[in-house]
Structures are given as structure tokens and as C-alpha cells.
Design a protein around this ligand. Structure first.
Ligand code: NDP
Ligand code: 8X3
Length: 259
């Protein structure tokens, strides 16, 4: 028996683009109440309109910068006024900044990656847990990455923070044992979103090269997995999922067709 998401409350961080935005629309199709956050409020507004059209029970958006504790706490305080109970939390906000080696790395890039992927996930989870603790069957989905499992050149900090995400997820799994609250990591490989545009600081041609000659994952593939994880019966916890496009056998082995 699947768990219905109808009228359930779902909070997604980093919902202004990519996996977060597509995930929001998918949860909306299930009839859930959507709460979405990110820094670009104009983009959130557009996603909220899509969610409303897709059939959400209700949609609420709020400016959210997971890099700032006060901002996270203010956003979650606002969320608490909407609902006393949260059924699904998707910790998705994050991304990569740069591809420098350790020797060439920039403080600003390192700090942005640690703040969003690592500390941001911690801050949001800490703030939201009180809304989930009395709610057996509620689900925390942390967005990890293949980069958290296998290191690659130029990825030291990004691989490091995604490896941390895996360990945080496992710590939470232990800490929440007996509460009925479920937590798991959803780890995609190459997926074409705005991820590489952000990583290459707006350079579209460098971003395009990442996906050249192969069919990468798209946001919809990951949104479908979010829904699957959240609709398992309460006694089932999906601890981890690794999803790669067929052309990516491993981090360093992709099959590309080029003219
Ligand atoms: P996008 O760049 O398309 O989306 C990233 C989202 O994160 C945006 O909505 C952005 O919103 C938000 N975000 C970034 N920093 C912050 C912040 N400080 N506070 C709040 N929101 C923030 O990339 P993806 O959808 O691909 O990435 C989503 C997640 O998936 C990330 O954690 C990424 O590391 C991970 N991932 C991506 C893969 C890929 O190949 N695409 C593969 C594996 C994992 P805004 O800028 O408006 O704040
Ligand atoms: C994003 C996927 O392979 O670019 O997490 O690190 S990868």
C-alpha cells in the first residue's frame, strides 16, 4: 500500500530551479500542500504558479538562504504558522562552485559549497525536525550526489560536502530510529539542470560540454524518485538511491557519441 501525499505538507529547499522546482510540481500533482524556498523569489513565484496549476492543495513560497542561520530560522518560523506538522522535507538547495584543484582553490567557492550543501542542510533539518518528530511516516529526503561516493579531479570540496551529506544522513537515520521518521539520500549522477551553469559561473558553452554526446538525467527523473521515496508505506525507509544516466557507467566512464 502506498502512502498518499494528498493534503500532506511538503517543504522543498532550492525550489527555484532544477530538481527542486520539478520536485515541487510533482508533489503538487499528488495534491500536496507545497512550501518552497530559495533566494530568487521571482523564480519561486513562477514555480508556485506551476504548482497551483498542477493541482497542489495550496502553495506557499518564501525567500530562503540556507547559508544563513537567521534566515533559515525565520523561514521555518513562517512555515510553522502555516502548519504545525511537516510530512516531507526535501533538502535540495546546493550546488558546485568552480572546478579548481586544491592548489588553485578560491575561498569564496569553498565557503559557498560548505555553506549551502553541508551547513545549510544541517540548519534546515534542525529547524524542521520539531515539526516531524510526532509524525511517524514523515520523510526527509537529502539530495546527495555520485560526487559524495567517488572523488574526481577539481571536485575536492564539492565531493567533500556531498560525502558529508551521506554521513549526516546516516547519523540522522540512527538518531531518528524509533521515532518513525524516515530519512534517506537521493544521489544523482550527471543531470542537466542549471547546476553546471552555476559551477562554471554562467559560461554556457563550458556547461554544454558536460552533457555533450550523451543523454543526461533530467530534473524529472529525480522528481519521480522523490515521489517514490515519499510514498512508500510507513514501515519502509529508502536509505539511499544512486541514479545515473545509462551513458554514465561511473564518474570517469561516460559513453559519448560525437560527430
Ligand atoms: P540548479 O542550479 O538547477 O538548482 C539549485 C537550487 O539550489 C536552486 O533553486 C538555487 O536557488 C538553490 N540554492 C543554491 N544555493 C542556495 C542557498 N544558499 N539557499 C537557498 N537555495 C539555494 O541545480 P540542481 O537542481 O541540479 O541541484 C539541486 C541539488 O542537486 C544540489 O544540491 C546539487 O548539488 C545536487 N545535484 C545535482 C546534480 C546535477 O548533475 N545536476 C547531480 C547530483 C546532485 P537560488 O539560487 O534561487 O537560491
Ligand atoms: C553533480 C554530479 O558528477 O557533476 O553532483 O558531480 S557531478
Amino acid at each position: 500500500m502506498n502512502t498518499s501525499l494528498k493534503d500532506k505538507w511538503v517543504f522543498i529547499t532550492g525550489a527555484s530551479a532544477g530538481f527542486g522546482a520539478e520536485g515541487a510540481v510533482h508533489f503538487a500533482r499528488e495534491g500536496a500542500h507545497l512550501v518552497i524556498g530559495a533566494r530568487r523569489v521571482d523564480r519561486l513565484e513562477a514555480v508556485a504558479a506551476q504548482c497551483q496549476e498542477a493541482g497542489a492543495a495550496s502553495v506557499h513560497f518564501h525567500e530562503l538562504d540556507v547559508a544563513c542561520t537567521a534566515n533559515v530560522n525565520a523561514c521555518v518560523a513562517w512555515l510553522k504558522e502555516l502548519t504545525p506538522q511537516l510530512d516531507v522535507l526535501v533538502n535540495n538547495a546546493g550546488g558546485a562552485h568552480g572546478t579548481d584543484t586544491v592548489a588553485e582553490g578560491k575561498d569564496a567557492d569553498w565557503e559557498a559549497m560548505v555553506q549551502s550543501n553541508f551547513l545549510g542542510l544541517m540548519r534546515v533539518t534542525r529547524a524542521c525536525l520539531p515539526l516531524m518528530m510526532e509524525n511517524a511516516g514523515s520523510t526527509i529526503i537529502n539530495i546527495g550526489s555520485i560526487a559524495g561516493r567517488v572523488a574526481y579531479e577539481g571536485g575536492s570540496v564539492y565531493c567533500g560536502v556531498k560525502a558529508a551529506e551521506k554521513q549526516i544522513t546516516q547519523s540522522l537515520r540512527l538518531e531518528l530510529n524509533g521515532t518513525g521518521v524516515r530519512v534517506g539520500t537521493l544521489d544523482p549522477g550527471l543531470a542537466e539542470t542549471e547546476f553546471s551553469i552555476v559551477r562554471f559561473k554562467g559560461d554556457q558553452s563550458k556547461s554544454d560540454k558536460v552533457y555533450e554526446g550523451l543523454d543526461p538525467l533530467v530534473a524529472e527523473d529525480i522528481a519521480e524518485a522523490m515521489i517514490w521515496m515519499a510514498t512508500r508505506p510507513p514501515h519502509v525507509c529508502i536509505d539511499e538511491i544512486l541514479i545515473k544516466c545509462t551513458a554514465q557507467a561511473a564518474v570517469h566512464k561516460t559513453h559519448r557519441v560525437t560527430d
